[in-house]
Design a protein around this ligand. Structure first.
Ligand code: AN0
Ligand code: CP
Length: 313
């Protein structure tokens, strides 16, 4: 696999989940695969889980790992072509990318939506330049529109905990003080469309995700109705897509509380983390025995290792 930017690239999801389960059971079976290969992880944005889990995955495969935090210590990068570089940016991405590519065998890139231009974000201009100019396989560690390693871990977590053939999974918007990207919910919706599980998206008006990601899923603006009979509640905030990047609501009646969870069929609670307690989810729900946030985060090693393995073969 030369790129990994969308969960859809995994093809048959049942098979992909079985492969991940095998990697989870046999974490050191492929230690020779990455020998003398170097992973470069490039971060334009903060990270805890992605940074640590992807590094751990690479180490399990015998790779060497180098990390660049672009905002900390690197030259400030210009990303637009044709700009007269007389400002504060010392280097252009068009030189930086092939230089980075020359130091490694695989590149992982984190480059969030910048909310300056919907078109640039949804055309993945930064990710696509890395793919085009690095000369190396590139995978997304959350780009502007998707977070496929998160989705892969999320689907694996549901697969491990489901007790029904077709569990009801609800993706619900929840309030947050800042404008967050649509990458996690877009990608989750895309992943859910690859399963035959029952999937509903609940969000306030003005927060509908782009149809290319929701893939015909049921969408409701009534959270209580969506939660009824749910087996999994996947909470996430995102900024508006139609009023691009705007925070239109901080309605705390959308916070996932124990009263909300009481509407479900004793559902599991999921969130990709980092999460703001008592905005997105109440303390008691995230601390409850039905909360999967820690196993979900630990499955990030598995998803990263399964994908990295495909990129090394
Ligand atoms: C990011 C987001 O919502 O995309 C990363 C989540 C994995 N979250 C924040 O910036 C808080
Ligand atoms: N879930 C996730 O990607 O977390 P980080 O932003 O900490 O990497």
């Amino acid at each position: 696999m030369k790129t990994f930017t969308s969960i859809k690239q995994l093809g048959d999801i049942k098979q992909a989940l079985a492969e991940a389960a095998w990697v989870k059971d046999n974490p050191f079976a492929d230690q020779d695969l990455g020998r003398n290969k170097t992973l470069l992880m490039v971060f334009f944005n903060n990270s805890l889980r992605t940074r640590l889990s992807t590094q751990k995955a690479a180490l399990n495969l015998g790779m060497n790992v180098i990390v660049l935090d672009v905002a900390q210590g690197a030259w400030k990068l210009e990303t637009e072509r044709g700009v007269v570089m007389d400002g504060d940016k010392s280097e252009h991405l068009l030189e930086a990318i092939p230089v980075m590519g020359s130091y490694c065998d695989v590149i992982g890139l984190r480059s969030f939506a910048r909310f300056e231009s919907k078109e640039d974000d949804y055309n993945e201009v930064i990710l696509n330049q890395f793919i085009r100019y690095s000369g190396k396989p590139v995978f997304s560690m959350e780009a502007a529109t998707r977070h496929p390693l998160q989705t892969y871990a999320d689907l694996l977590t549901i697969e491990e905990h489901r007790t029904k053939e077709r569990p009801k999974v609800v993706l619900t918007w929840a309030p947050h003080p800042k404008a967050l990207p649509q990458a996690v919910p877009n990608s989750f919706a895309e992943g859910m469309s690859m399963t035959d599980w029952d999937f509903v998206i609940a969000n306030p008006e003005g927060y509908d995700l782009a149809p290319e990601f929701t893939c015909g899923a049921r969408i409701t603006h009534n959270q209580d109705e969506a939660l009824e009979g749910a087996d999994f509640v996947y909470a996430k905030n995102w900024a508006s897509y139609s009023s691009y990047g705007k925070v239109l609501s901080q309605d705390r009646s959308w916070t996932v509380t124990s009263e909300k969870m009481a509407l479900t069929d004793n559902a599991f609670f999921m969130h990709c983390l980092p999460v703001r307690r008592n905005m997105i989810v109440s303390d008691d729900v995230i601390e409850s025995s039905r909360s999967l946030v820690i196993p979900e985060a630990s499955n990030r090693v598995v998803s990263a290792q399964t994908v990295l393995k495909k990129m090394l073969i």
